[in-house]
Write a protein that binds this ligand. Structure first.
Ligand code: HMG
Ligand code: MG
Length: 282
């Protein structure tokens, strides 16, 4: 049976746009509970500007407080060299840079053009290579942008290839505002897969009306083997107005199993993490 990796992003994508502050110890309890489920990759936090995303201002404290378990890799977002240095100092196992396939979202989320965001990644990528730190790349707004409307699949192909060329080990395709359907994803992959192998792509789908699971199913059939999801479907983005929650971890695991793949996650243990997630301040 073939393995599929589920990248749990709840502690980061799930919590970054909550209205009420989530106490650091509750974040730590959530990450620890997720670590006991068999999930191998957990995005724990973001080393971004606290003025831009105050919900992630306790990134170093979160990393210092979590229990490190063998086989569980902890990741964090890093938008620039400063974020990378902080992530290294905090003991992260990997980092993720994030770019956008649309100019509008790039400006709103990173305060620069897409091209400028790549210039900013350059010193980060050089330092990460020197430190032996794996870097994942997110590409946002791959289906549609909250500011610019539908995204040209050609732009997704162009910027995905740039992220890989810059040194990212894979590109997570972000449907940031949950605008996708199986058909739109199929059209995107038709354009993308001749240029970028499925093994270097992951699906990061925010969910509107259960469509994220249909997209995971379609992506599995097209050869993708890495998916992001969030415990209890937590999620959003402070710079994407109306962005719905991420694909729910349990639902994505069910799709993976139903399609005949192995994920290695203990669903009973996941219920404990779901209970913690469900009790967080909204
Ligand atoms: P800027 O204002 O253009 O740049 O922000 P700056 O260099 O002037 O920095 C602003 C302030 O932040 C300064 O502090 C810097 O020192 C500080 P001040 O002088 O004003 O007191 N600063 C930092 N502090 C801590 N850590 C750092 C750091 N860097 C600068 N690493 C910047 C540019 C990139 C910093 C800003 O735009 C930023 O932090 N953006 C992050 C936005 C974000 O985290 N968005 C959510 C994550 S992306 C997402 O959710 C999508 C995803 O899920 C995929 C999908 O769904 O599509 C990944
Ligand atoms: Mg997201």
């Amino acid at each position: 049976m073939e393995d599929v990796t589920l990248f749990e992003v709840g502690p980061r994508d799930g919590l970054q746009s909550r209205g009420l502050p989530v106490p650091t110890e509750r974040k730590i309890a959530l990450i620890d509970a997720l670590g006991r489920t068999g999930l191998q990759k957990i995005e724990a936090t973001s080393f971004v500007s606290p003025r831009w995303v105050p919900q992630m201002a306790d990134a170093a404290e979160v990393m210092a407080g979590v229990r490190r378990l063998p086989g569980v890799r902890l990741a964090a977002l890093a938008p620039n060299l400063r974020g990378l240095e902080a992530a290294i100092a905090a003991g992260c196992d990997e980092v993720a840079v994030f770019a956008s396939a649309s100019e509008g979202f790039s400006r709103a989320n990173l305060n620069c053009s897409i091209e400028e965001s790549f210039e900013r990644f350059a010193p980060l990528m050089a330092r990460a290579a020197e430190a032996g730190m794996p870097v994942r790349g997110y590409l946002s707004s791959v289906i549609a942008c909250p500011y610019d409307g539908p995204t040209d699949p050609g732009e997704v192909a162009r910027w995905s290839a740039r992220l890989l060329a810059a040194g990212c080990y894979e590109v997570a395709l972000g449907d940031t505002i949950g605008a996708g359907r199986a058909e739109t994803l199929a059209a995107l992959l038709d354009r993308l897969l001749p240029h970028v192998p499925a093994a270097r792509l992951a699906g990061h789908f925010h969910d509107t009306a259960g469509r994220a699971c249909e997209m995971v199913d379609l992506a599995l059939a097209r050869g993708l083997r890495s998916f992001d999801a969030s415990v209890g479907g937590l999620g959003g983005c402070p710079y994407a107005p109306g962005a719905p929650g991420n694909a729910d971890t349990r639902q994505v695991l069910e799709v993976i199993s139903a399609a005949g793949f192995r994920h290695g996650v203990d669903l009973a243990a996941l219920a404990e993490a779901e209970a913690i997630a469900g009790a967080l301040p909204a």
